[in-house]
Design a protein around this ligand. Structure first.
Ligand SMILES: NC(=O)c1ccc[n+]([C@@H]2O[C@H](COP(=O)([O-])OP(=O)(O)OC[C@H]3O[C@@H](n4cnc5c(N)ncnc54)[C@H](O)[C@@H]3O)[C@@H](O)[C@H]2O)c1
Length: 338
């Protein structure tokens, strides 16, 4: 069985990926449980994956997965991991996430997302791991007005520190491919939703407010256009890419949009959640926020022509599944807190 490194395992997408791949690959999972955002749910995700003491462990084994709690900025910790394990592929999902939050903590975002990624690339170089899949973001399209966004468009006008850090990852990937013959794939994810979503994302904010009967803020009258992309579609795209790499396929350095290509208004997403929860939201209308993009809509032609797959989960089905998870999550948390 091939061994892969997944960073950001305590995060939303990393958690779902580890769960999906742990029977197919030997997985080494890495996360620093950054306290800058969503700390408690990271502990819960790790516990669900079998980590017994997520708050205090430094390394652990569970369900065939080896877990490390360490920081990508800590080169020594990374070196230790690479000296023990020989990876066939690295999947870098670790990052500080969130556009708005990046405006409050710019240095921390550059550290985790740019310095951390560079450390990972240096370890990969030293230990001859050339297959790397890394998370980029739809936010690199910045102020581009031509939709759907295609990978051929220029992406040199970012609107946040977060987006800039993701663009920097793509540029670093160019450098390492060019100089060291790496085989790299950058995935530009578009607004991912699903079970175990992040508490700072609209999906969770909407579900929580509706559940608690509290007002929720809706920006730009809910007229923000998004390609809400189901997390299982993201997992599937990564799984297919891994299989191609496993078969020795050379891709050199490419970026792909991973989006649903079925854009809807945020108000429609809210209505789908209301329907699944059987309860109306109390809406507090707010203007568009600095750094937010009014429209993000992916062309998935490139992804489809390479993988024969594009995200296609029906929004009402995906939202229904997420709401079912949320109800269980709330019930188990209130049982713990009771
Ligand atoms: N969720 C989305 O809609 C979305 C959209 C576009 C791009 N992305 C990208 O996909 C990836 C995963 O996103 P997510 O939603 O799961 O985010 P997340 O915040 O839930 O997970 C990221 C994880 O990385 C970890 N991390 C942060 N800095 C670290 C460091 N220095 N060392 C080790 N671990 C560190 C965090 O603790 C967290 O558990 C990220 O790179 C993100 O930028 C996500």
């Amino acid at each position: 069985m091939q061994k892969i490194l997944i960073t950001g395992f305590a995060g939303f997408i990393g958690y779902s990926l580890v769960k999906a791949l742990r029977d197919k690959y030997k997985i080494v999972a890495f996360d620093n449980f950054s306290k800058l955002s969503n700390y408690d749910i990271k502990l819960q995700r790790a516990q669900n994956l079998g980590v017994e003491n997520p708050e205090t462990f430094t390394s652990a084994q569970a369900n065939g997965v080896t877990f490390y709690r360490a920081d990508l900025c800590d080169m020594q910790a990374l070196e230790e991991v690479f000296s023990v394990h020989q990876f066939s592929c690295i999947i870098n999902l670790a990052a500080l996430t969130g556009v708005r939050q990046s405006l409050n903590h710019p240095q921390a975002y550059i550290d985790a997302n740019v310095k951390g990624f560079t450390n990972l690339l240096e370890c990969a170089k030293k230990h001859s791991v050339t297959n790397i899949i890394y998370a980029s973001s739809s936010s690199v399209y910045g102020l581009n007005e031509e939709v759907p966004y295609s990978e051929a468009q220029r992406t040199d006008k970012q609107m946040s520190v977060y987006a800039t850090s993701k663009k920097a990852n793509e540029l670093l990937a160019d450098v390492y491919t060019h100089l060291y013959d790496f085989n790299m794939v950058g995935l530009r994810f578009f607004t991912v939703y699903g079970p175990w979503t992040r508490p700072d994302m609209a999906a969770m904010i909407f579900m929580k407010a509706i559940h608690e009967g509290k007002p929720l803020q809706l920006f730009n009258e809910g007229k923000m256009v998004r390609d809400f992309t189901n997390v299982q579609d993201v997992v599937k795209a990564i799984t297919l890419l891994l299989e191609k790499m496993k078969q020795g396929e050379r891709i050199s350095n490419e970026v792909f949009n991973v989006g649903n290509h079925n854009p809807i208004y945020t108000i429609e997403f809210l209505q789908a959640i209301e329907k699944a929860m059987g309860k109306q939201a109390i809406v507090d209308h707010q203007p568009i926020q600095p750094g937010d993009m009014p429209v993000t809509n992916a062309s998935t032609e490139k992804l489809y022509s390479y993988l024969g797959f594009q995200p296609n989960t029906d929004i009402s089905e995906g939202v229904k599944e997420m709401v079912e998870w949320y109800k269980q999550y709330i019930a188990s948390n209130s049982a713990i807190n009771a």
